[in-house]
Design a protein around this ligand. Structure first.
Ligand SMILES: [Zn+2]
Length: 78
């Protein structure tokens, strides 16, 4: 298993997510983001609106995704 925090994945807090693959951790982070969104957590709302901007630019979004994927791949196993 590998660990990344909400912040490392474009979020706003230090919650840790654990997963075997990047796709998995991205999914967990998304679920967490949605929960925080529903709770109207201000820090996460801000982080999310940044991500929304990124989504508008597919090239940059792709770059971001690739960077995070590499970051994940470089992490040591827990
Ligand atoms: Zn968070």
């Amino acid at each position: 298993m590998k660990t990344m925090t909400c912040k490392q994945l474009g979020g706003a807090c230090d919650d840790e997510f654990h997963a075997e693959t990047f796709d998995e951790i991205a999914e967990i982070s998304k679920q967490h983001g949605m929960e925080m969104f529903q709770q109207k957590d201000e820090a996460h709302l801000k982080a999310m609106s940044k991500m929304q901007e990124l989504i508008q630019k597919p090239e940059e979004m792709k770059k971001w995704f690739e960077t995070k994927k590499k970051e994940f791949a470089a992490l040591p196993e827990d």
